[in-house]
Design a protein around this ligand. Structure first.
Ligand code: ZN
Length: 96
């Protein structure tokens, strides 16, 4: 799940189990148990599922929800959620 890091200035964490987890724009996407620890002990707070005022993007390869056309997890191409559910049509402007 996503957590916001305090002040948005933390670059990431080194987790004993999961290794380095980078933050992007003050948000880290971490496993749920890590998120619980961060929220409980490190002043992090849960991020909303959606960026405010936008639907964000969904990766067509790994289903990662992100804010950009390029997947933050696998580097694949992402589309708007409604483009996924609208029925199989690929994005009208396919990224090169
Ligand atoms: Zn992906």
């Amino acid at each position: 799940m996503r957590v916001c890091v305090p002040g948005g200035i933390v670059a990431g964490i080194d987790h004993p189990t999961y290794g380095r987890i980078h933050a992007r724009n003050g948000i880290m996407d971490v496993p749920a148990d890590v998120a619980r620890d961060l929220i409980a002990h490190d002043d992090c707070f849960p991020a909303a599922n959606k960026p405010r005022g936008a639907d964000g993007f969904v990766c067509t390869s790994c289903n990662f929800h992100g804010y950009f056309r390029a997947c933050g997890r696998c580097g694949g191409s992402c589309v708007r959620p409604h483009e996924l559910t609208a029925g199989a049509a690929p994005a009208e402007r396919s990224p090169s």
